[in-house]
Design a protein around this ligand. Sequence first.
Ligand SMILES: Cc1ncc(COP(=O)(O)O)c(C=O)c1O
Length: 364
Amino acid sequence: MTDFIPQIQPWIDHVELEELQKVIDSTYITEHEATREFEAIFRDFTGAKNVVAYSNGTTALIGALLALELKPGDEVIVPNLTFVATLNSVILAGGTPVLADIAPDSWHIDPAQIKAKITPRTRGIIPVHLYGSAANLDEIMAIAKEHNLFVLEDAAQAVGVHYSGRHVGTFGNIGMLSFYANKTMTTAEGGILLTNDDALAARLYQIKNHGRSQKGVFIHETIGYNFSFSDLHAAIGLAQLKKLSRILERKSEIYKRYEQGLSGIPQLTFCPTPQEVTLVPWFSNVHVPDAEALGQHLETQNIGSRRFFYPLHMQPCYQGRFGTDADYPCALKAFQTGLSLPSAVGLTNEQQDYVIQTIRTFFA
Ligand SMILES: Cc1ncc(COP(=O)(O)O)c(C=O)c1O
């Protein structure tokens, strides 16, 4: 049988080692020039006016909510289908999360559900751009404007994704990108916040830097955390940036090869891409009647795959807090039917053909 084919794997080699060596030689291993360089490249790449690096995407979301001055009792609307950190961050920042279902035939928060969940206590919305696609930003931004709500875009999985020609994460008050090891590009752990608002950017910096606006001094204007990045992580990021155009290209190639290779299987579909979205298929996903059964079959053939995110209302840590299955039919259906196929940049065409053939045999 073939060697195990991982569902995802970072592309790490001598290029990262060389950048790491430079930082080690400099002796500045904490946040310093490599971090500033990394942030500057992301300013150009995304078009955001300000970019602030954080230790990871989760601390970045918490820092963003604190900078937006979330207060106890403030409600923040979050999609039910996302990684748990989106929801946790609201609680950890002292707010009250409110779950909204995703839209039918989508992985993204349903604008109609957002409207239905707005109360006098609602302060903001966290749309999540899932799997390298994008939420309906036109409608979400219009709702936010009408109700005077902040928008914090969770673009953890959406490096390189554009909506109407603009990088996601630059539409709301703040946007977050994650560089966890399985993400489109990685710094091992790491995240950045994007904002066009200078005052917010200054607060984001203070919050991650013990409440001071400058490193190296012992005067602290506010009470802050240590959510800093490091130049070791930045070094890995700078190496990854050299590979980014190839990574983005390869992600799309893999997705297109799946679309072609799996066409004509009546039980298998791909999620439609809205016309505004320039997809970067971080994970290549399919929908099938029983995702668990297909995933288990692939495993017996040495092929890694992953189920979709477990709907948040079903999480053991949130049992009973956010209602029942009947409240979230679309998130539940996406979870039951969604499967992420091998999507690593290093996946060879031969390996992918084997995955495709194995799926075809399963449905034959
Ligand atoms: C949608 C989403 N939000 C938040 C996070 C948290 O990011 P991090 O792992 O960098 O803390 C992740 C990923 O890991 C994610 O996928």
